[in-house]
Design a protein. Structure first.
Length: 214
């Protein structure tokens, strides 16, 4: 993530440690993927109490942008910055593969430069990625246009076969009501460098910075 934002997107990046409190003036916060506290208890359940999360929550509550990828998404749901929960995949296995995603709204900073008719190829790598929420929350997400991405097949069809983990309504990413907190299970940062043979993920970051970079 640091490489993609710093080298490829040419942004000033500061690495913040989980025990820090000071956000050092960062305007866009990214909670990256990984295995915080070894996924003990539930992925993200302990990291949600890391000292820095107080500042992250305050930043979000003041309208600041926060994005969580994979383990970051799990942390943001545990911290109640995003609704719903990420449960163990329906096949009880860690799944690591390329999937396809279809943007469901371009009305956010994170998706504004995406093509809503395109299926983006992005890798997933998680054991607890099954999005779950109550019927009330699901309705709210749909009514407010808060679903950012759904899993689809290569042709862009959203169906059960294309759902890699059993997420409700194929949901792969959402935002909060204020549209300043974003979370997604797939990893666009792993599909941003030419060297990796897939740059479908670049557009997600270009959306955020508002520029297309060569
Ligand atoms: N790639 C990740 O961030 C993995 C998230 C988490 N450790 C899981 O397995 O669900």
């Amino acid at each position: 993530m640091v490489y993609v934002l710093g080298k490829l997107m040419q942004q000033d990046v500061v690495k913040l440690w989980h025990k820090d409190h000071d956000l050092q003036g960062c305007d866009f916060l990214v909670v990256p993927g990984g295995f915080a506290y070894g996924d003990y208890l539930r992925a993200g359940a302990i990291a949600r109490f890391s000292p820095i999360m107080e500042s992250v929550i305050a930043h979000a509550q003041n309208g600041g942008n926060v994005m969580g990828i994979c383990n970051g998404f799990q942390v943001l749901t545990e911290a109640d910055l995003l609704p719903g929960a990420l449960l163990q995949n329906n096949n009880q296995k860690y799944v690591c593969k390329n999937i396809y995603l279809k943007p469901q709204t371009t009305d956010t900073l994170f998706t504004r430069q995406l093509n809503a008719d395109q299926a983006y190829k992005i890798p997933i790598a998680h054991g607890e990625g099954r999005y779950h929420a109550s019927p009330e929350i699901l309705k709210q997400l749909n009514d407010n246009n808060q679903v950012l991405f759904r899993y689809c097949d290569q042709a862009g069809n959203i169906n059960e076969v294309a759902n890699p983990n059993g997420s409700l309504e194929n949901i792969a990413g959402i935002c909060n009501e204020g549209r300043n907190v974003f979370g997604m299970m797939p990893h666009p940062e792993r599909a941003s460098d030419n060297l990796l043979g897939n740059t479908d993920g670049r557009k997600f970051f270009e959306s955020v910075i508002g520029q297309v970079l060569a």
